[in-house]
Design a protein around this ligand. Structure first.
Ligand code: PMP
Length: 480
């Protein structure tokens, strides 16, 4: 009952009827996933995979409490939020309780893209300005408005160009960014200042030219840019510059929110700042499409004062809200923040140890269950080991462990598993990684290695006929 047709037929039908630009993992030999439980996914043959990348299945694939909440509400009513419903207001109240003052007004939408689009709309209405500052390599969604502020998708061959009202600041990557340890400074604070001053200069430029900034939008920890942890003090200083230029600060918590960092519910809290607008999605519904924007009464008032009513057919429907409430129940009842901190620290420590063993590892960084392992062919020059990263992702899949890679050079191994990940899972992940890397070091005979991947960088996508995808291969394995 788990599949309606053999895998080969699924592939054929997909190729026939789905847009070739749609992303598919392991394109030349894709996975057919038919079932999920907790941190595991199963293919049509019953093979079990350890899921180290699905931050959407936050409280675990198909958590029974979440499934039951959706099923129950679905059997009662699913309508729109022009009617009163308790699940909606309960969810709003619970989310607001996790936020610092004055973030207290919610809007419910269906995806991270929609949340960021609404955030930008609120910023425009409130500031009456247009210029937006974003970070290099950032991704904020697939809507036209979001592609505009997502350098990760801009200026690619055949793709959209960056609009003139969008200004790109360097990503605060202290390992391979514009300012790094130890070349530019030994001090985290100083590096934070150097990166923030870049935003300050852009604010000044915009203010001189157009009288003020509309918004600064950034992930609190940049995931698409390669699991970047900004230096301490970075966002604090950036927010000061943006606010001095009359702009608002938008924190995109779509990937990193809901306790993934372990110490806090929201990743912006690790930088000790209070944004003007926060957007959230992915983990919020544990796989069900539900997302939200939370802002200040002042900004919400500016929006209401336009007289243009806001309506979103599915945003805040009772089923989505019941599911999101159930996700919050599980986060609380299963103490998933504590778990993310404990298991995340264990994973980080073990990855650090691996760094001493394998020269391929240039940097290990993370917060809670948000971890990146950056691979380089040379630790001095920090040259990205893109082909090796690709090879490792494929070899780990053979070992039934799903990981992904990210960053502008697709050389950062990325771990962001469901929050029910255990220390045993972390051990299995790192032990396997150790063995696969040893094959590359030459200390273990190569097994199953197709050597061409080591000389042909980038690709899980070789069978695609789409030329744009071919030219954007480095991009195509990212943005989960
Ligand atoms: N913001 C970030 C940081 C994301 O990673 C994503 C999705 N990868 C989005 C926004 C867009 O979310 P969605 O795909 O739900 O529209």
């Amino acid at each position: 009952y788990l599949q309606s047709m053999p895998k080969s037929e699924t592939i054929k039908l997909r190729e026939k009827h789905l847009g070739a630009a749609c992303q598919l993992f392991f394109r030349s030999s894709p996975l057919k996933i038919v079932r999920g439980i907790a941190q595991y996914m199963y293919d049509e043959t019953g093979e079990r995979y350890l899921d180290c990348i699905n931050n959407v299945a936050h409280v675990g694939h198909c958590h029974p409490h979440v499934v039951e909440a959706g099923r129950n509400q679905m059997s009662l009513i699913s309508t729109n939020n022009r009617y009163l419903h308790d699940e909606l207001v309960i969810l709003a109240e619970r989310l607001v309780k996790t936020m610092p003052e004055p973030l207290s007004v919610c809007f419910f939408v269906n995806s991270g893209s929609e949340a960021n689009d609404l955030a930008l709309r609120l910023a425009r209405v409130h500031t009456k300005k247009k210029d937006v500052i974003t970070l290099d390599h950032a991704y904020h969604g697939h809507l036209t408005s979001m592609i505009d502020v997502s350098p990760y998708k801009l200026n690619l061959p055949g793709g959209p160009e960056k609009p003139e009202w969008v200004h790109v600041a360097p990503v605060p990557d202290t390992y391979r960014g514009k300012y790094t340890y130890p070349k530019h400074s030994q001090s985290e604070e100083e590096l934070g200042k150097m990166y923030a001053d870049e935003v300050g200069r852009i604010c000044k430029y915009i203010s001189d030219k157009n009288g003020g900034v509309c918004a600064f939008i950034a992930e609190s920890l940049q995931s698409c840019g390669g699991q970047i942890i900004p230096p301490d003090g970075y966002l604090k200083r950036v927010f000061e510059y943006v606010r001095e230029a009359d702009g608002v600060c938008i924190a995109d918590e779509v990937q990193v929110g809901f306790g993934r960092v372990g110490t806090h519910m929201w990743a912006f809290e690790t930088q000790d700042v209070v944004p003007d607008i926060v957007t959230m999605g992915k983990p919020m519904g544990n796989g069900h499409p539900v997302a939200a924007v939370i802002t200040t009464p002042e900004i919400a008032k500016s929006f209401a004062d336009t007289g243009v009513e806001y309506f979103n057919t599915y945003g805040g429907n009772p089923v989505s809200c019941a599911i999101a409430n159930a996700v919050l129940d599980v986060i609380e009842e299963e103490r998933l923040l504590e778990r993310a901190q404990r298991v995340g620290n264990h994973l980080l420590t073990r990855c650090e140890k691996l760094k001493h063993k394998h020269r391929l590892i240039g940097d290990v960084r993370g917060r809670g269950l948000f971890v990146g392992v950056e691979l380089v062919t040379d630790r001095e020059t920090r040259t990205p080991a893109t082909a090796e990263a690709k090879h490792i992702v494929n070899r780990m899949r053979e070992e039934k462990i799903l990981i992904s890679r990210d960053g502008p050079d697709s050389n950062v191994l990325k771990f962001k598993p469901p929050m029910v990940f255990s220390t045993q899972d972390a051990d299995r992940l790192v032990d396997t990684l150790d063995r696969v890397m040893a094959e590359l070091d030459g200390s273990i005979p190569l097994r199953n290695i197709k050597l061409e991947v080591l000389v042909t960088p980038l690709d899980e996508t070789t069978s695609t006929t789409d030329s744009m995808l071919q030219s954007n291969m480095a991009q195509s394995v990212k943005a989960m």
